[in-house]
Design a binder for this molecule. Structure first.
Ligand code: PLP
Length: 422
């Protein structure tokens, strides 16, 4: 079979008409499938049900300090459990509330009002503030910037992380660049893990802003789908080695390990940064939800159990990822009209159509009953300059639904691509 670009006009026309009929038939099925957001499935949530029984009136014992105010930086037992997730010491981690995004948002809003540990001026008092945003990236990071008028500078993601030549050049020359977003392992949406070289360069690079911060959102630190996951270099250690210990804030949460919205979020950083954050946090709250922290401590008991738990998630997720990849290959390989990532973990598969096709594909899929993440969502200001990126989130629907949804997606891609080439 020839690629669409090689096809003559009449074959292209024929394929277009045939695909149109297929899509019309699909529409009659009244599908209602959602692959828009990376939510765990019901089956995954069930893996953690016993967490709900781990703290009860019968077994709480004399843990009154857990039930009372205090310990603003979290339960020591929770620090001991989660420190290995980000490979830090117990003094370098703070256990927060139910969402890491909340901590990120708070840190940025406080930086705007008061500055970070090494700021001479609060960020909000500067004439302009900019953040580097590797693209495609996580839409909610970008929304925080948009909300607070932080100008976003897109930097392309390469196979091993952001384009570091570009990043280094930007931060070396522009004092208004105060921060950078990073999802360093199984990036959202491409599933890329930063190479050691990228981590080293980020830790070492010269920045014109003395209070430059990397927001290292390691949301998928242990969300592996294979037995031989890529190893992410420890950026805090690299920053310390290069004399920039306060450069990085690292985040993680159990949102996609136990219950999104009812999990435990953590931030890790240098001791100095952690005491700075703790001081600020003490103004905001007299203590986090330590009962939920205790639930997690009792449910997992230790880090190796947590890793075992993640294998059970992988058993549920892997067949869905495999199905997506297999169907994309079988339906699209020969046409040469799309490329996609085949990640070893995380929650997403990122697909690129031909330029200028993604919004229409997403629109057609929606009409056919398949909801995908909105076009442009993975880019600052919601604008994909090439209108080609589609984020596939296969976790929530059942395997059968994933198969059906990807089938529909492929039909839409063929339809839009043939139209474009005709
Ligand atoms: N960071 C990334 C990269 C994510 O993909 C998500 C959720 O999809 C989050 C953070 C949200 O984490 P949390 O529930 O801890 O706020």
């Amino acid at each position: 079979m020839s690629t669409l670009q090689q096809m003559d006009h009449s074959s292209l026309q024929h394929l277009h008409e045939k695909t149109k009929k297929e899509l019309d038939a699909i529409k009659k099925e009244n599908l209602s499938l959602n692959m828009a957001r990376g939510k765990p499935s019901a089956e995954q949530l069930q893996l953690s049900l016993e967490l709900l029984d781990s703290v009860t009136s019968k077994n709480i014992g004399d843990n009154f300090s857990v039930l009372n105010y205090g310990m603003v930086d979290g339960l020591p037992e929770a620090k001991a459990l989660f420190k290995d997730l980000l490979e830090v010491d117990t003094e370098e981690i703070l256990i927060g509330g139910n969402a890491s995004l909340n901590i990120m948002h708070d840190l940025i809003s406080k930086a705007l009002i008061k500055g970070v540990i090494d700021s001479e001026t609060p960020w909000g008092k500067e004439d302009a503030i900019k953040f580097i945003c590797p693209v495609p990236g996580y839409d909610r990071h970008f929304t925080i910037c948009e909300q607070y008028d932080i100008e976003m500078i897109s930097v392309e993601m390469l196979n091993d992380g952001p384009d570091m030549d570009k990043v280094e050049e930007l931060v070396r020359n522009d004092a208004s660049i105060k921060g950078m977003w990073s999802v360093p392992k199984y990036s959202n949406p491409e599933g890329i893990t930063y190479s050691d070289e990228v981590v080293e360069r980020l830790a070492k690079m010269e920045t014109k802003a003395k209070d430059f911060k990397i927001f290292w959102d390691n949301a998928y630190a242990i969300h592996d789908l294979t037995d031989h996951p890529p190893k992410l270099k420890n950026i805090l250690e690299a920053c310390k080695k290069h004399g920039n210990p306060n450069r990085v804030f690292m985040f993680a949460s159990t949102s996609k390990m136990t219950f999104p919205g009812s999990g435990v979020a953590v931030v890790a950083a240098s001791r100095e940064n952690i005491s700075f954050i703790k001081e600020q946090l003490s103004v905001q709250t007299i203590g986090p939800d330590k009962v939920n922290q205790l639930r997690h401590v009792r449910f997992f008991e230790n880090y190796s159990n947590l890793l075992e738990h993640m294998k059970k998630h992988a058993e549920i997720m892997k067949p869905k990822f495999d199905a997506v990849i297999e169907i994309l290959h079988s339906k699209l390989d020969s046409y040469g009209i799309a490329t996609w990532a085949e990640p070893d973990g995380g929650y997403f598969i990122s697909l690129d159509t031909m330029d200028g096709c993604a919004s229409e594909v997403i629109h057609l899929a929606k009409e056919a009953g398949v909801t995908l993440t909105g076009a442009g969502a993975a880019f600052p200001y919601g604008k994909d300059p090439r209108d080609r990126n589609i984020r596939i989130a296969p976790s929530f629907p059942s395997l059968e639904e994933v198969e059906k949804a990807i089938d529909v997606l492929c039909t839409c891609i063929i339809l839009v691509s043939t139209k474009k080439l005709l």
